[in-house]
Design a binder for this molecule. Structure first.
Ligand SMILES: Cc1cc2nc3c(=O)[nH]c(=O)nc-3n(C[C@H](O)[C@H](O)[C@H](O)COP(=O)(O)OP(=O)(O)OC[C@H]3O[C@@H](n4cnc5c(N)ncnc54)[C@H](O)[C@@H]3O)c2cc1C
Length: 408
């Protein structure tokens, strides 16, 4: 067919619609070949990357600095993200950020941050500038509201978009204010696409603290401890809150704790206040200590905080507290009972969403060929500290490269 010289050129490129404009979408869009595809991002908010900026408001851990093979081990399920992480590792992510003008550094505890002079909004702007330069189109105020009978996506209830490929990057189910409200799950449920209800991950958990304890110790931190669930142990820090416990030592145990809560209505964790010492070391220290009271021995010779000492006292009766063997054992293993998770909207991330059974190795929905899902909307989990954003970016890059390779 001949084209009339005045008519606009007809694009022979395949058309990709990305729904949702968060981290995974940005990574995909940045790596898809726009010589081969026409790409439009549809985001329901007025701007892209609100959750990315929420992450930036705290310690902005873009990724983690450890060896990628060690990083892979932190994800659940481990094998799901392995290929994506190996294809676009933490080093690749940092290199790409550098290319678009964002220098990063590895901070203490191996977390990777933008250098101090670069604000989170500037990281987002650099990514968006890169997308604009590539010719990615962005349409905001466009909420995906399901499919029409021909499986074309519908926006804002009425408008339908015909695309060759659809990439869903709709986020998890927490921090609704950022746009990631998880309400999209009902459309997949209606289509019988395997799915799971959202659960809070990387979140605080509830403990019934004695009221006297909480009035004196709320807001206090327990540093350099390890926390163990029935299956795992993590080193880090905990904050005592009126609800219970939060912090980077409990977040990675979220899925273990959630499954115990679902099975038994409660979950047991234990704190080791002195992970560098054995029970025997502590016993020796207690026996050799010249301090007069047990409180002083714990404070001066074992360098335990008032909060740690009070937690130990709450757990032991007077005689047990005076018994060095029991005391040493309790310092190494103080049990605590968790009775619920914090409200899901306050969680840093969620699990649940689209069941991994529903997708193939390239994140394509088995029930809807050429429709792909990326990011936190899929049912995987990782601790805080840069692992979440790294996974979203790695998934986006893996899918972009896969699609680029499909078209010669
Ligand atoms: C307080 C906080 C701190 C965090 N800190 C870190 C950190 O330091 N390091 C780290 O690695 N991770 C961190 N995270 C997690 C990280 O931000 C997320 O895991 C990541 O942003 C998820 O990316 P995503 O692309 O899957 O989804 P999102 O970034 O959530 O994007 C999804 C997008 O889809 C849009 N959307 C939803 N429904 C529709 C619809 N129907 N139609 C159109 N658009 C829709 C949303 O508006 C949103 O813009 C933090 C999260 C929180 C809440």
């Amino acid at each position: 067919m001949h084209q009339h010289s005045n008519s606009p050129p007809i694009s022979l490129k395949k058309r990709i619609s990305i729904i949702g404009g968060g981290s995974a979408a940005l990574a995909f869009a940045a790596h898809i070949n726009t010589e081969k595809f026409d790409v439009v991002i549809y985001e329901k908010n007025k701007a892209l990357g609100r959750k990315f900026l929420v992450a930036g408001a705290g310690g902005f851990n873009l990724t983690h600095g450890s060896n990628i093979l060690d990083m892979v081990k932190q994800y659940e399920p481990q094998d799901f993200l392995e290929q994506a992480l190996l294809q676009f590792s933490n080093e690749d992510f940092r290199h790409w950020l550098k290319v678009i003008g964002i220098e990063t550094y590895v901070g203490s505890s191996n977390r990777v941050f933008p250098i101090k002079s670069i604000k989170p909004i500037e990281v987002l702007q650099a990514i968006l500038k890169n997308l604009k330069h590539k010719g990615i189109q962005i349409q905001t105020g466009k909420q995906w509201t399901g499919w029409n009978p021909d499986n074309f996506i519908q926006l804002n209830g009425s408008e339908h978009i015909e695309s060759d490929i659809v990439v869903y990057a709709l986020g998890g189910g927490s921090w609704k204010v950022s746009g990631s409200d998880g309400s999209w799950l009902s459309f997949f449920k209606d289509k019988n696409i395997p799915n799971l209800d959202f659960k809070a991950a990387n979140c605080a958990f509830e403990i019934q603290w004695p009221s006297d304890f909480i009035s004196h110790h709320a807001g206090k931190a327990l540093k350099n401890i390890t926390l163990s669930s029935s299956r795992k142990t993590y080193k880090g820090e905990l904050s005592i809150t009126t609800l219970g416990l939060e912090g980077n030592a409990i977040y990675p145990l979220s899925s273990d704790i959630q499954s115990d809560l679902a099975a038994y209505g409660k979950a047991q964790v234990s704190i080791d206040f002195k992970p560098m010492f054995t029970e025997k070391d502590l016993l020796n220290k207690l026996e050799k200590s010249k301090a007069k009271s047990i409180n002083d021995k714990l404070k001066t010779d074992l360098v335990l905080s008032n909060t740690a000492i009070q937690l130990i006292k709450n757990h032991l009766d007077k005689d047990s507290y005076a018994n060095y063997e029991v005391l040493a054992k309790t310092i190494k293993q103080l049990p605590l009972t968790l009775i619920a998770s914090a409200p899901i909207d306050e969680a840093i991330s969620t699990t649940g969403g689209i069941d991994l059974e529903a997708i193939d190795e390239n994140f394509q929905l088995k029930a809807l060929p050429n429709h792909y899902c990326l990011g936190e909307m899929l049912d995987w989990n990782a601790p805080t500290g840069g692992y979440l954003l790294q996974a979203c970016f790695s998934m986006g890059v893996k899918l972009a490269r896969h699609l680029n390779d499909q078209v010669s």
